[in-house]
Design a protein around this ligand. Structure first.
Ligand code: PEP
Ligand code: MN
Length: 301
């Protein structure tokens, strides 16, 4: 869109607005399905992405990958470029970490997702990851969004810390407008007056984004709550609210994590979560994603 009248106010994403945006549900009523390796996101199958906040080394990633794969996760996560609040905190392993993550993904048959922070990192990230994550702090990094519009890999766009729903969808519009249609939205909690939890999980935003846009919506209950005990109930609530999947931090030894250990699930807790999801998904006519899909399973019987 855009370009003709640069000073024009941003078109609203509300139902009353008639101006067509590429992100609007009306531009693709059947919904977008995103493909990452063999995994399809946005169809009837519910997709779980899990792994450590940050890649710390090959042993840590291998243990995390083995744990989440055996529990039934579909996509392996791990940050190698970390946007940290303090410049003195661990900033991620960079390129060597990416190769560690990619190898673990290959060993366990899972596509990988990792965060890209700036356009200069894109050639490397596009080459080696299956999904490019845009972190909350970069949701309005417009040069990054423009570059991702030209990328040939799917993008998971996290909602900014204080972004309105309009701003979130218009950020996605930048990527769609560049020609990349493989975009997912990710609700990861927003900053409110509440201080007990890391953020406030906006579940209405999930249902709203599903209705207003055609893009798959993923929920990240780890950053949304910052509390391991709340990740299970919020994951079930996200599934009930119509999310297409989850992004969850899991660490083999949370107490030793170099980043976000306070909110990481242990492998055991993650396994419990994976066991509890199918009942809620069944109640809303969904199921955990599987390569052969329910129709083919039924045909094979
Ligand atoms: C992350 O996924 O580790 C991360 C940095 O998330 P967010 O951008 O949502 O804070
Ligand atoms: Mn994190």
């Amino acid at each position: 869109m855009g370009g003709e009248r640069p000073d024009e106010p941003a078109p609203a994403v509300s139902g009353r607005d008639t101006k067509a945006l590429k992100v609007h549900r009306a531009s693709r009523p059947e919904g977008t399905r995103v493909r990452a390796g063999a995994v399809e996101i946005g169809g009837p199958g519910f997709v779980v992405m899990a792994g450590p906040c940050a890649v710390e080394g090959s042993e840590q990633v291998e243990r995390a990958a083995a744990a989440v794969a055996s529990a039934g996760a579909h996509v392996l996560r791990g940050g190698v470029f970390k946007p940290r609040t303090s410049p003195y905190a661990f900033q991620g392993m960079g390129e060597p970490g990416l190769h560690v993550l990619a190898e673990a993904g290959r060993r366990h048959g899972m596509p990988i997702i990792s965060e890209v922070m700036e356009p200069a990192q894109l050639p490397l990230m596009e080459e080696s990851t299956d999904i490019l994550q845009v972190g909350a702090r970069n949701m309005q990094n417009y040069s990054l969004l423009r570059a991702l519009g030209k990328a040939r890999k799917p993008v998971l766009l996290k909602r900014g810390l204080s972004a309105t729903l309009q701003e979130w969808l218009l950020a996605a519009e930048y990527i769609l407008d560049g020609g990349n249609e493989q975009v997912m939205l990710c609700e990861r909690g927003i900053r409110t007056f509440e201080t007990e939890l890391r953020n406030t999980l906006d579940l209405a935003a999930v249902a709203w984004a599903k209705q207003r846009s055609h893009l798959p919506v993923i929920v990240d209950p780890s950053h949304a709550t910052g509390v391991p005990e709340l990740i299970l109930p919020m994951s079930l609530a996200a599934a009930a609210a119509g999310a297409d999947g989850l992004l969850i931090e899991v660490h083999p030894r949370p107490e030793q994590a170099m980043c976000d250990g306070h909110q990481a699930l242990t492998p055991e807790r993650f396994q419990t979560l994976m066991r509890r999801l199918p009942a809620v998904l069944g109640a809303v006519d969904r199921h955990l994603w599987r390569p052969d899909g329910p129709a083919q399973v039924a045909r094979a019987r």
